[in-house]
Each structure stands twice: as C-alpha cells, then as structure tokens.
Design a binder for this molecule. Sequence first.
Ligand SMILES: CC(C)=CCC/C(C)=C/CC/C(C)=C/CC/C(C)=C/[C@@H]1[C@@H](COP(=O)(O)OP(=O)(O)O)[C@]1(C)CC/C=C(\C)CC/C=C(\C)CCC=C(C)C
Ligand SMILES: Nc1ncnc2c1ncn2[C@@H]1O[C@H](COP(=O)(O)OP(=O)(O)OP(=O)(O)O)[C@@H](O)[C@H]1O
Ligand SMILES: [Mn+2]
Length: 308
Amino acid sequence: MLQLPRPTPPKKPLVSLSESYEFCRHMTAEYAKTFYLGSLLLPKEKRKAIWAIYAWCRRTDELVDGVKSESTTPTTLEQWEQQLELLFAGHPVDDMDVALTDTVKNFSIDIQPFRDMIAGQRMDLDRNRYETFEELKLYCYRVAGTVGLITNPVWGIGNSNSTVPWESQQKLYEPREEAIALGIAMQLTNILRDVGEDAQRGRIYLPLEDLRLFDYTEEDLMKGVIDDRWRALMRFQIQRARQYYHQAEKGIRYLDSRLPVWAALMLYQGILDAIERNQYDVFTRRAFVSKREKILSLPVAWLRAQVL
Ligand SMILES: CC(C)=CCC/C(C)=C/CC/C(C)=C/CC/C(C)=C/[C@@H]1[C@@H](COP(=O)(O)OP(=O)(O)O)[C@]1(C)CC/C=C(\C)CC/C=C(\C)CCC=C(C)C
Ligand SMILES: Nc1ncnc2c1ncn2[C@@H]1O[C@H](COP(=O)(O)OP(=O)(O)OP(=O)(O)O)[C@@H](O)[C@H]1O
Ligand SMILES: [Mn+2]
C-alpha cells in the first residue's frame, strides 16, 4: 500500500498544552522581571501568549548569547528556522514549542518577524562591529523590533469595549512602526547598559562612526575610559534612544491592552535615567531600575493607559 510521507515523529511524546505554558511562564519569570511584571497586567489568555512568545525569543537569543553559544553555527540557526516552520505548520518539535504553536494559531500571528529575528541572530554570528547607525538599526529591528510586530496581535487592535461603533472604526490602525520603534528603543537601551560587558566579549554595538564623531577610540572603550568625550558620546546615544521611545508612545493608544506596554516602556526607559545617575559609568556599574521604582511607576503607567 502507498505510504504518504509524514513529518518525522517526535522522539518522545510532548508535554500537554498547560504544562508547556507553565514552562514558558517559568522561563519568563526567571529571566525577565520587567516583562513578567508587565505580563501579569494582562488577562489570562494574553498573558499565556506573551510567556510563549517570550520563551521562544529568549531561546533564540540564547543560541548566540547564552552559555552554550560557542557551539552555535549557521547550521544551528538553519535547524532552528526549520523547527519554526514546523511549529507554524502545527507540528511542535519540543516541549516549549507546544504553547507557541497554540498561541500563533489563536492570535493569527505572522511568521515573518520570527524569521527576521533569526536573521538578527545570524548577524551576531557574522560580525562584532557596526560601522553606521543604519546598520545597527537593522540589527535592532531584527532582534527586538520584531518582538513588537509579533506581540501586536496579542495586545489587540480595535477590540476594546467601546460602545460607539465609529470609535472602534477609528482605532483600527495597526501601529507597526511604533511597535518596531519600541523594540529599537529597548535594544538601544540594552546596548548602552551592557557596553562594558559586551566589550569584554570583544563586541562593540555603538556605531563606529559615532565613536569617531566624539573622537573616542575602540581602545578607549576596551579600557573603559570615562571622560568628556565618553560622556558626550553617551548623551548623544541616550538622546537617540529617547526619540524612539517617544515615537513608540504615540502608538500605544491604538492598542487594547495598553497598561503592560506603558509599564514595560517606562521601566525600560528608566534604565537610561539610571545610566545618567551613574554618570555614564557603564563599565563598572550596572544600571537598573529598583523594585520600588518599578512598583511606583505602575500608577503612572495606568494613568497614561487611560488618558493618552
Ligand atoms: C510586557 C511586555 C512588553 C512583554 C514583551 C515580552 C517579550 C515577548 C519579550 C521578548 C524579549 C526577548 C527575549 C527578545 C530576544 C532578543 C533580545 C534579548 C532583545 C532584548 C530584550 C531583552 O531585555 P533584557 O533586559 O532581558 O536583556 P538581557 O538579555 O537580560 O540582557 C530587548 C531589550 C528587547 C525586547 C523588545 C521588546 C519587548 C519589544 C517591545 C515592543 C512592544 C511590546 C510593542 C508595543 C506596541 C506599540 C504600538 C508601542
Ligand atoms: N535564570 C537565569 N539563567 C541564566 N541567566 C539569567 C537568568 N536570569 C537572568 N539571567 C541573565 O542575568 C542577567 C541579569 O539579569 P537582568 O539584570 O537583566 O535582570 P532581569 O531579571 O532580566 O530583569 P529586567 O527584566 O528588569 O532586565 C541578564 O543577562 C539575564 O539574561
Ligand atoms: Mn534581563
């Protein structure tokens, strides 16, 4: 009898849907206090979707950034992309994919930004310097702007419970550029916070053209020199990141679930303030937002989600 080709069966049975979401929740809570806090501000179904997306993004990032990244090659990323295609075809390969398979189906999420994120990780394998801001911006879109596009259907557009039909009509604009802008702003913030740590690994994400503009050299950066040139360079970078936050802010009003996005934006932007408080020493001090500050900013985020 003719045998139809079937996808290779998984080596062992996969976990149940609820166990898979629990793994993703656990990973989010463990790795990212800020995003986990944000996710708790969502209704249950959306919250679970964010955990599943977070877990996939984190695993993708770990391939080039994590403890086992030494053994990652272009082939590893190709296999990861094939695993992604299978997941979108409804065939999860491992325990954590089970939840994401469910999420992308329930929220009709597009596969392309996921592929773009893998392309971003490929850039990390290929290079450790960026000549221009345009090149860095492409990297930031791929590793972080993509998260904005992936999560937009989860925040929701035009489903808020307005009683007047023309209001919901007006809200149907999907803020794609703004969602990407928030990812870029956060990635730029992450880069500024981690300058010292990245330099130790031989990586410079600050555009080399910007270093030249402020007469600051790669050698200075490797030595962690903090002087007027460095402070001016950092002020310039912080200002650029803030412009992206500003662009992102204008898109939040179109979303149904605005509170977690406002909260995440404000908390992450707070890292820039912390860098300033540390007088731009990103070499020996880690800029962070304290638990107290995080909790205090929630009422402000709530207010913005209501009125802006
Ligand atoms: C509540 C909320 C906003 C949840 C989003 C959670 C989510 C799915 C996050 C994925 C994060 C992730 C692991 C991305 C992989 C690449 C990467 C590591 C990017 C950097 C994040 C990591 O931050 P962290 O502090 O943990 O860094 P370390 O690894 O510890 O060094 C990034 C800095 C960027 C993450 C980008 C976003 C969360 C995109 C934000 C955009 C939106 C939520 C769109 C909102 C919509 C509009 C219209 C504004
Ligand atoms: N369980 C974990 N295993 C391995 N690395 C972890 C774990 N949790 C956090 N990390 C890493 O440790 C570092 C410190 O985490 P970080 O200061 O960013 O706090 P966080 O928990 O991610 O909170 P936030 O969301 O506010 O950034 C990061 O590089 C992060 O990726
Ligand atoms: Mn973190």
